[in-house]
Design a protein around this ligand. Sequence first.
Ligand SMILES: [Zn+2]
Length: 239
Amino acid sequence: MIEELKLLWDLQKLDMEIMDLEKRISEYPSKKDRARNKLNEIKGELDIKLEEKERLLREKENKEKEIEQENQKIKNVEARLNYIKNQKDYLEIKKKIELAKKSNKLREDDVLKKMEEIDNIEKIVSELTQKHEKEEESISNIIKTLENEEKELESKKGLLLINRDELISKINKDMLSKYDFIRKNCRGIAVSRVNNETCEGCFMNVPPQLYNMVIKGDKIYQCPFCQRFLIYIKDDKKE
Ligand SMILES: [Zn+2]
């Protein structure tokens, strides 16, 4: 086999390794996002509960203010009650006071109900806060691990790129640009094995005469169907 074809074959193997690494590296952002999303979900749940608690506290406070104001009004009216001489007016005002007291009692019940709701929500908030803290720690560990893996793959890729530079410096420029062109148009594979008169790149049968010439290996030939460089490797084990 001529030296140049061997170099192209080695380059092909290297480029496949690089492609594989790039594919793996490209998966990392979404892997990290998935981990972060899990945490954001808990945070979202927690925020909703905290907002609900704030709302309940405001409502409770407003009710309590209303009760206080009403109580003050009732006291004022009651204080004037003794000065009313007219029996009819007296009874009417007395009735109004009773009604006002009843309304305030309803408000107090409402306040109690809200306090109960606030208690329940506080329990949920504290559970979610604990859950969030726990998840935060475990997720930050997961992300650290992912980042380390990513860095390792990047540095592997860096080494392969150095090897690649070294390798392509030995290959003729025209051949190299042909290689790049075929690679771009043939899903990243520019050199294809040929075996039993079949191109393994496109699975078409190559003419027997061409097949024999590739085996002889005195020149670089291309597949007439997919244009890939053809290489014959005697043993059957795939590299
Ligand atoms: Zn082919």
